[in-house]
Design a protein around this ligand. Structure first.
Ligand code: HEM
Length: 155
């Protein structure tokens, strides 16, 4: 798949609502949230090695931990096989193209409901950012990762 702009996800972003004074650490925290919002809305991510927007590779066999099953699925027409820890939407539709696809959850109040992804494989928000950064080789700096976490925690 070609380059996907995070703009596509901007519907997830809600206007920031600030409260309290704008001094000291509060000001720094707000600046981090604002930088994180800009990153979220504009950082290009090259989506590779997956089958589209709803398959980000969370259920890839390579990410399996011992508490997860491993399914080998075979396409009856082409003979192709796929190993996955969760067929995802394909369990509902029966379609090959839906293997590994999952609903993209609304991110409102996301900080209050770890762990993340359908299988809980990211224990906290930094782990989510770490997943995207390594899975899609985004190259986020430590500060950018922290800013994205601050932004997500403000939703
Ligand atoms: C840095 C950018 C991104 C951030 C911060 C982000 C954040 C998140 C978070 C926090 C979750 C877990 C929500 C939960 O479990 O309640 C999630 C899930 C998901 N996101 Fe993203 N996301 C980003 C980029 C993307 C992109 C580019 C796509 C599509 C190509 C995408 C598609 C999905 C999907 C399909 C899920 C559900 C995955 C599953 O449950 O296995 N995300 N995202």
């Amino acid at each position: 798949m070609s380059i996907t702009e995070l703009n596509n996800l901007s519907s997830f972003a809600v206007p920031l609502q600030y409260s309290g004074s704008s001094k000291g650490s509060n000001k720094k925290a707000r600046a981090a949230i604002a930088r994180g919002q800009v990153l979220f809305n504009s950082k290009p991510i090259q989506i590779t090695g997956v089958k589209g927007m709803l398959d980000i590779g969370v259920s890839d066999a390579s990410r399996r931990t011992p508490d997860m099953p491993l399914y080998t699925l075979q396409n009856k027409v082409t003979g192709e096989t796929i190993e996955t820890t969760d067929p995802g939407r394909a369990l509902v539709t029966g379609k090959w193209k839906d293997i590994g696809r999952f609903k993209g959850p609304v991110l409102r109040s996301v900080a209050s409901r770890p762990p993340y992804f359908h299988n809980g494989s990211a224990k906290d928000l930094p782990a989510v950012i770490e997943f995207y950064n390594t899975r899609f080789s985004i190259g986020l700096t430590d500060r950018e990762q922290a800013d994205l976490v601050a932004f997500l925690a403000s939703l």
